[in-house]
Design a protein around this ligand. Structure first.
Ligand SMILES: Cc1cc2nc3c(=O)[nH]c(=O)nc-3n(C[C@H](O)[C@H](O)[C@H](O)COP(=O)(O)O)c2cc1C
Length: 233
């Protein structure tokens, strides 16, 4: 599975099987998280790996009772070390860079999970004080994202994306940035794909059918040994 498969096929998953997740795979996810960029390489993130059922249930309660959270075998809470980032970058650091750094770490972790055949969901709707209390976090550690992790047999429908052409300008605001792609048909006729995203989606659908003939089949599970093989070990 390459990086494009991970980016385009990752879906927020809210239903998990009871199958446990190997700690070593959680290790791969966390190692990936620590490779995200951070302001001045501050690495102002911390992670709480929750496996205890009671704590998972308390987290789900603190997250507006989003009960799917506690059905995942593992829940990772990504936190910001407020003291660390503020020490380097003051108020802007805590208000902005820390948020960005932990968001980048969360995304890196989720993409690594996807590559390992694991499913995740970014959960942001929660009561921070309650989560802090449940996890016994000190004052300077702020919970930023809750990420349930596990295997799933569901294939969630891809929520519609707005074409980037509607959100992108060239050089200055309000000057539309549009890209099209022209393909020669077998009869020699030119077919113009606009927006280009339509062509990319089409190519992805075809690839998905080739790589995974039954579209509903979940992404291939990868063991730690398989992961090492991919690294050439
Ligand atoms: C900042 C943020 C907060 C989110 N909070 C929640 C949440 O509390 N509960 C939930 O089920 N999904 C949550 N999501 C997931 C989004 O609903 C999901 O990413 C979006 O619908 C697009 O679907 P996709 O992830 O499958 O592409 C959150 C995502 C982000 C980035």
């Amino acid at each position: 599975m390459n990086v494009f498969d991970c980016i385009f096929n990752r879906r927020s998953t809210r239903s998990f099987t009871k199958e446990p997740v190997d700690d070593k795979l959680i290790g791969v996810m966390l190692h990936a998280a620590t490779h995200a960029p951070s302001a001045g390489n501050t690495q102002d993130w911390m992670f709480i790996v929750v496996k205890d059922q009671e704590i998972k249930e308390k987290l789900a309660d603190a997250a507006l009772k989003q009960d799917f959270i506690h059905t995942a075998p593992v829940v990772i809470v990504v936190c910001m070390d407020k003291e660390k980032i503020a020490m380097h970058y003051g108020k802007r650091g805590e208000a902005l860079y820390g948020v960005q750094d932990t968001a980048a770490a969360t995304m890196a972790m989720m993409l690594a999970a996807e590559a390992l055949g694991l499913k995740t969901c970014w959960v942001g709707a929660f009561d921070e004080d309650r989560v802090g209390h449940v996890l016994e976090l000190p004052n300077e550690v702020r919970p930023m994202t809750i990420v349930p992790v596990g295997y799933s047999t569901e294939t969630p429908i891809k929520p519609r994306r707005i074409d980037f052409e509607n959100l992108t300008f060239v050089n200055t605001y309000n000057k539309k940035y549009e890209i099209s792609y022209i393909v020669q048909s077998q009869g020699g006729k030119e077919i113009k794909f606009k927006p280009i995203g339509n062509y990319i989606e089409d190519a992805l659908r075809k690839r998905l059918k080739e790589v995974r003939p039954m579209e509903k089949q979940p992404a291939k599970k990868t063991s730690f040994a398989d992961f090492l093989k991919k690294l050439g070990r």
